[in-house]
Unconditional design. Structure first.
Lengths: 397, 419
């Protein structure tokens, strides 16, 4: 029994260490180090040895001394296995091992005798590994996007693995792609158009949605139930089935290639979600507060403006951010409706840029960074509101 | 008193709701019905303009005589399928310039040539000529003549509103469009995309729900793919997976995991042999599904995490007292608590993946076996420019969606109320 849990512990922990060190090695390769082998087997065996020594030493020496000396020894061993590696790389290995041995702290000869210890070990390390794995998988494309925008096409064709940045060059060289897409490809204009359309959509949507949501939440009228069910159904219908009729009608009305046309469509497609989210929140406001407003002689307009809106600012912020995100990221309608470069949104402009096979990829990535950064900053800054918006509105994209 | 109050309430309600309802009706509901109409018409992208008479004016000198000019109007009907009725033509000339040997359909008065061309059938073309002379025998300035644009008008039906209907589009959808493959690709994509996103969502939620440092940061990072713009993310992935100089292939080749780069987005099938059994993996489709999972598991994660955090801790404490193992706790406590939200997520994600257009369009454009129904709407309507056919495919999508929704509200609708 003890042997079984010990071997599971050794294998799982060493497997975890090997995975993290492999990810570190991949990242180092992308900095221009020439590793041609992941060397997983020796790392794995060393990891087993490391965990074993850790368990054997147990509490005989101070924990800090133990992890530092063990990590140092491991890194030294690692250094001899990968001779031609620079010191920053080995320092990374040392820090990873330090982190790893610190995580081993709660395991000892005694704890390996506990009930279900092997399951607990597996869960423990899967959690750790999972977090590293998810963070890596999610952030890696963003990292590639950002670094590519600073590189040149030729450099990437010569060595697609070299993502190191040469900071000794001056800043204008590094940011060259950004200067070019602003100067040659008019991205300044597209940023303005995208912002105008997105902010416009938010304002118009709120103007339409707040009164409608209030009516659905509070007032009694014929067709109310029908309306609130159809809101749910309508926002299941995708943009792709609307696109052909809207295209033909907008062509005949001359609304294509106009920001106004785009604004109408974005507003109409986000309205059901907005109404759905807002009416849920309005229902949660105590009715007594409104009754007090009625006593004071307020009409419906006054109640909405002076009572409902101030009380539901968090919900309105969520809706606004969510609608902004949809409008900013929207692609299908801008692809269909805009074919004049003068009225492109950012998304459409990037897609247009990619249509030309000659366009160097760093321009494409610089454009991508420009369209991604604002939305990520807004998301990080207002995470609380946007998350509640996502949760409430996610029946729709 | 109360009667008038409720009347007032109703009136207020309608005023508040009406603007939103009208807008949604015009932009969302109307097109869904308009699709039905268009799908029964034989109509192409170039036909959607209302036909109009057009003229191109060419001014030519006649030999040496500078006081005379020949003007050629290249007249045509802009539409290839529809006629125009009562075409009227008008062109203005400077003082002292008048036409000679004017066409019998026209007359000249107060410096204007006015013609009545009658009806033009579809594709109608004519080179209409007028010779003009200066009454004083002076030279006519060609530029002045040229700068005057003729005015044409005529009556034509909107090709969208004519009453010619055909079943041809639906016949083509079902018989000439590889319909079975189209449908199977769509379901393959939808099903695996949905299930994958939910599995990764459960995993991620389970991880973040542990007591680890920086879990709020982790939650934020996990949502990045969902909040990022699809265009940027899809192009980054295309670049990452590029067979010639993509990072992923370069890494795999560098570490000797594969010998030659794999075209993950451009190769329809890849043969894989497991335990001696060979089977064909739909490579491009699988890659697109992975992108889809990567982009949408954050949503599943967010929902499941919210549910997990609402599970009372006492349940787990009780299980600890009973000596349950971590796996038993997951199976007997966590899973039953999240089945309701998972089934809701499954239906919502299923419907939305079924409708997914942008992701596939940007990654592969529908090539290499990734043609799904929404991609086909675009291909038919805008690449082949057969709008009627595109609408017919849209109708198929709408019908399937309605079926899903009936199932959704029958089965899961009850669950929402419970949850």
């Amino acid at each position: 029994m003890k042997l079984k849990s010990l071997s599971i512990f050794l294998i799982i922990s060493s497997f975890f260490l090997t995975c993290i060190l492999s990810i570190w090695k991949i990242m180092a390769t992308l900095q221009g180090l020439s590793f041609n082998n992941l060397n997983t087997t020796p790392v794995f065996l060393n990891g087993i040895l490391l965990s074993l020594i850790f368990i054997i030493i147990g509490n005989k020496i101070n924990h800090l001394t133990k992890i530092f000396s063990l990590s140092f020894l491991f890194s030294l061993l690692y250094f001899y296995l990968n001779e031609s590696s620079p010191y920053w790389y080995i320092l990374g290995v040392f820090l990873i091992t330090l982190f790893f041995t610190n995580k081993l702290k709660k395991y000892s000869v005694q704890s390996l005798k506990e009930d279900f210890i092997s399951e607990k070990i597996i869960f423990d390390f899967i959690t750790l590994f999972g977090i590293v794995f998810f963070a890596f998988v999610i952030l890696f494309p963003f990292y590639i996007m950002l670094i590519t925008s600073f590189k040149t096409q030729i450099a990437l064709l010569v060595n697609p693995l070299d993502f190191s940045l040469d900071f000794s060059k001056n800043l204008t060289d590094l940011l060259k792609s950004y200067f070019i897409i602003f100067e040659t490809y008019n991205f300044g204009r597209y940023i303005l158009i995208s912002s105008a359309v997105s902010i416009g959509t938010v304002i118009v949507t709120l103007l339409f949605a707040i009164p409608a949501a209030y009516a659905v939440a509070r007032l009694n009228f014929f067709g109310k139930n029908f309306l609130s069910t159809s809101i749910l159904i309508i926002y299941m219908f995708p943009a792709i089935v609307l696109v052909i009729p809207l295209y033909t009608v907008f062509s005949q009305l001359g609304l294509r290639n106009s920001i106004f046309g785009l604004l109408i469509v974005y507003t109409a497609t986000t309205l059901p979600v907005a109404i759905y989210m807002l009416q849920g929140y309005f229902k949660s406001i105590p009715k007594e507060i409104e009754d007090a407003g009625i006593m004071d002689g307020q009409n419906w307009f006054g109640i909405i403006l002076k009572i409902i809106i101030p009380l539901s600012l968090p919900a309105i912020a969520s809706v606004a951010l969510y609608v902004f995100m949809i409008a900013w990221n929207e692609f299908l309608f801008s692809l269909m409706f805009l074919d004049n470069p003068k009225s492109f949104t950012l998304s459409r402009a990037i897609q247009y840029l990619s249509g030309d096979a000659e366009t160097p990829r760093q321009y494409l990535m610089a454009g991508s960074v420009i369209v991604t950064l604002p939305i990520l900053f807004i998301f990080i800054y207002f995470e609380k509101y946007l998350v509640s918006g996502l949760t409430a509105g996610s029946v729709k994209e | 008193m109360s009667v008038s109050l409720s009347k007032l309430e109703k009136r207020t309600a309608y005023t508040l709701v009406l603007p939103a309802v009208l807008l949604v009706f015009a932009i969302v509901l109307f097109p869904i019905f308009a699709n039905v109409w268009i799908s029964f018409k034989d109509i192409e992208l170039k036909d959607i303009r209302i036909p109009e008479p057009r003229a191109k004016k060419i001014v030519k000198s006649i030999s040496d005589n500078q006081s005379e000019l020949k003007i050629i109007y290249k007249l045509r009907n802009s539409s290839l399928i529809q006629g125009i009725r009562d075409v009227q033509f008008q062109d203005k000339f400077p003082t002292n310039v008048s036409p000679i040997n004017l066409d019998p359909r026209c007359n000249f008065q107060s410096k204007k040539v006015v013609c009545n061309f009658g009806n033009w059938q579809a594709k109608y073309r004519e080179n209409f000529e007028i010779t003009v002379q200066n009454n004083n025998g002076e030279t006519i300035d060609k530029k002045i003549i040229k700068s005057q644009k003729p005015i044409l008008s005529g009556k034509a039906d909107n090709p969208l509103l004519t009453a010619n209907f055909t079943l041809e589009n639906f016949k083509k959808v079902f018989y000439e469009n590889n319909f079975v493959e189209l449908l199977s690709t769509t379901f393959y994509f939808t099903f695996f995309g949905t299930v994958g996103a939910i599995i990764f969502g459960i995993l991620a939620a389970q991880l973040v729900n542990q007591n680890i440092q920086g879990r709020t940061y982790m939650r934020g990072i996990l949502l990045f793919p969902y909040v990022g713009p699809v265009v940027a993310l899809a192009y980054t992935w295309t670049l990452l997976l590029d067979p010639n100089s993509g990072t992923l292939n370069a890494l795999l080749v560098n570490f000797n995991i594969i010998e030659t780069p794999i075209n993950l987005l451009g190769q329809k099938y890849m043969t894989i042999s497991i335990l001696g059994f060979e089977f064909k993996l739909r490579l491009a489709l699988t890659t697109v599904i992975f992108f889809e999972i990567w982009r949408y598991f954050p949503l599943a994660f967010l929902f499941i995490l919210a549910r997990l955090q609402a599970i009372p801790q006492t349940l787990y404490e009780a299980a600890d007292v009973d000596g349950a193992s971590p796996i038993q706790k997951f199976i007997h406590i966590t899973l039953p608590q999240i089945t309701a939200i998972i089934s809701i997520l499954f239906m919502i994600r299923f419907i939305w993946n079924f409708n997914k257009f942008e992701d596939i369009f940007l990654l592969t454009g529908g090539a290499s076996g990734t043609r799904t129904l929404p991609i086909n709407v675009y291909q038919q309507g805008f690449a082949v420019s057969d709008i009627g056919m595109g609408s017919a495919v849209s109708i198929v999508i709408v019908i399937l969606l309605l079926i899903f929704m009936v199932i959704y509200f029958r089965l899961i609708g009850k669950r929402i109320n419970e949850a």
